[in-house]
Design a protein around this ligand. Structure first.
Ligand code: ATP
Length: 593
């Protein structure tokens, strides 16, 4: 298949933000794609070579790509850098540079999707001292044979600059339309995706055999399952209304969620966003088998940092110290952890996803041999509001965030936020009843002590239906000096020249970012706003929703992707749950937002 078909589609997609149009471009492309390479097309569209959990990185520094481009075009590195600076988009700069060259030379041959993919794959496998030269050679050969537009997208893919931000759900919609004739079939595709977390694999199956083959998608070892999520409730009464009388209550520990796949000596840990995090936790890899009475199993647990002397749980932030590439052994010594199991998803060849919670829990209790390192999170079956209230009190006193309440007959609904699991927190700091996880989309330069750093950040929620990031607040409080330095550093990699088309806000930030970094925010209430765009026109025509008195909690949610940020629907529920209905005209002003 000609790569130009993919490049043309990417070009059309760059010029629109309308989801229906984006989907239609994808549908047209998928219909033209032979089934045996559809997985490659799906990965390339997202700027990847394989699903994230496999950790295959293309990872070419812009410098190397510029050198290859210089060699291919005969234009100096300095000139290319200047052109890139002027235009602000590496792909367009590349296309313009090569445009001149193609006018004077003959193109050699059409490049194919297979060739682009296979070359990039080879590049991803290169290691060692001579690898830079080899990478250059591979890129040079692709750029030499590509048309300017194709070359533009190739450099964007290899330097991770392809920022079309096509959400998984848009691709699932397009696959459903292209291969089953209707978007209505998306749930079947989504089910398969939730079980295997591999869009390429789902695409290949549906392109070859329609929805039939998707129904048989099974849990497999070392292919992570998309995690089940909980809905918020504000009180035990609300939980009982949703779940009935009998409820299992577990402590909600404040750590890092992990999905552990164990098969004999092979152990892989996946984070909440299904990234392979095995390297950060060699202590878990070394010790976990001793705590398990089985050799082939997929479990879920919360990793929590502890004070080894007192056995006390430490706050989530302590785990940040384990997220490092070097000196891991030292970090293991200095920041010990415990593994606290709460679910089993697969055991000895059988999926447990369709088993009710109470059965999964029985299996879990049977296979985990508890010791000081590994525990099963305690569970109590409750019947009354008072019982839930008592356990919540104990949980908070033991340093937990609150409770996870679980439906005894509830199955494990992979990838879904539903009422089989409810979370009940008591946030004293926060009159809203819960914190929100918001995406940093922009920043405003600081003044006074904050000069040279960002003084405030613009934050957005995620709208899954439209795949956009409407803004919800501007936040300038809760930051320590260390936080401000940290943000300046983390965000410097995310700056974009133009605002990402998926960001919607009535505010003009000084700097715009790729919507990637998620942070935790508390606030006093949600109000109507003429500036911010969450749930625009849904509650009142001409208004969106905004947070009043937002404050950073100190927690960067590095384990969440921007699509895991708090959703519009959750914010609307929180707004409707507020005791007082807020009338925006009575609010003094929007100065703090
Ligand atoms: P939050 O921001 O409240 O942690 P979340 O969006 O990460 O929420 P939720 O589904 O809303 O995820 O809450 C469940 C999270 O709570 C899990 O991701 C897990 O990390 C954590 N957790 C702690 N204790 C438990 C438990 N006993 N059962 C399930 N999850 C638990």
């Amino acid at each position: 298949m000609k790569f130009s078909l993919v490049a043309d589609t990417l070009k059309y997609m760059e010029n629109t933000t309308k989801r229906l149009e984006l989907t239609q471009y994808l549908v047209d492309l998928f219909k033209l794609t032979p089934p045996d390479i559809i997985s490659k097309v799906v990965y390339l569209l997202q700027g990847k070579l394989r699903p994230d959990h496999e950790g295959v990185e293309i990872g070419i520094a812009e410098k190397i790509a510029i050198k290859a481009l210089s060699k291919s075009s005969g234009i100096s590195v300095a000139k290319i850098e200047n052109k890139y600076k002027d235009i602000g988009d590496f792909g367009q700069a590349t296309a313009q540079i090569l445009e001149k060259k193609t006018q004077t030379t003959f193109l050699s041959q059409d490049i194919t999707v297979e060739r682009v993919y296979d070359t990039l794959y080879k590049i991803s496998e290169l290691r060692g001292t001579r690898s830079q030269d080899m990478k250059m050679k591979y890129i040079f050969s692709l750029l030499n044979d590509a048309t300017p537009i194709e070359a533009g997208f190739i450099v964007k893919i290899i330097t991770s600059n392809l920022r079309l931000g096509i959400a998984d759900y848009t691709i699932l919609d397009a696959l459903a339309i292209a291969f089953t004739g209707s978007k209505e079939n998306r749930p079947v595709l989504e089910h398969a995706y939730n079980v295997c977390s591999d869009l390429g694999k789902v695409a290949e199956a549906v392109a070859n055999n329609g929805t039939e083959s998707l129904k048989d998608f099974q849990v497999e070892m070392f292919s992570p399952i998309r995690p089940m999520l909980a809905e918020r409730v504000k009180s035990p009464q609300e939980a009982h209304e949703k779940m009935g009388k009998e409820i299992a209550a577990e402590y909600k520990l404040d750590g890092e969620r992990v999905q552990i796949h164990v098969q004999d000596n092979k152990i892989i840990l996946y984070s909440r966003s299904l990234e392979n995090i095995t390297n950060y936790y060699p202590d878990i890899v070394e010790n976990i088998s001793k705590s398990l009475d089985t050799k082939k199993v997929i479990l879920e647990a919360e990793i929590v940092a502890i004070n080894e002397d007192t056995g006390e749980f430490l706050p989530f932030q302590e785990l940040m110290h384990r997220r490092r590439k070097y000196k891991i052994a030292k970090a293991v010594q200095e920041y010990p952890v415990t593994v606290n199991f709460f679910d089993v998803l697969y055991i000895n060849g059988k999926s447990c996803l369709d088993s009710p919670y109470k059965e999964r829990r029985k299996i879990l209790e049977k296979i985990v041999k508890e010791d000081s390192f590994a525990k099963v999170i305690p569970m109590t079956i409750t019947h009354t509001d008072d019982e839930v209230e008592d356990i919540l009190e104990n949980a908070i006193n033991s340093g937990c965030e609150g409770l996870m309440l679980k439906q005894l007959d509830g199955t494990y609904r992979a990838g879904a936020r539903g009422s089989n699991w409810l979370k009940l927190k008591r946030e004293y700091r926060n009159e809203l009843g819960d914190s929100l996880d918001l995406v940093i989309v922009g920043a405003f330069y600081g003044k006074g002590r904050r000069t040279g750093r960002y003084g405030a950040l613009l934050l957005s929620a995620y709208d899954r239906k439209t795949d956009t990031f409407p803004s919800l607040c501007k936040v300038g409080t809760g930051f320590t000096d260390e936080n401000l330095d940290q943000f300046y550093q983390i965000l410097s990699d995310k700056i974009t020249i133009k605002k990402d088309p998926r960001i919607q806000s009535g505010l003009e930030a000084d700097v715009w970012f790729e919507p990637e970094v998620v942070i935790e925010i508390v606030a006093s209430e949600i109000t109507l706003s003429p500036i911010h765009k969450v749930a625009q026109d849904k509650i009142r025509k001409g208004s969106g929703l905004a947070l009043r008195f937002p404050k950073f909690t100190g927690r960067i949610r590095f384990e969440k992707t921007s699509e895991n940020a708090t959703s519009i629907d959750e914010i609307v529920i929180l707004y409707n749950n507020q005791k007082r209905v807020i009338q925006d005209e009575k609010r003094p002003n929007f100065k703090n937002m």
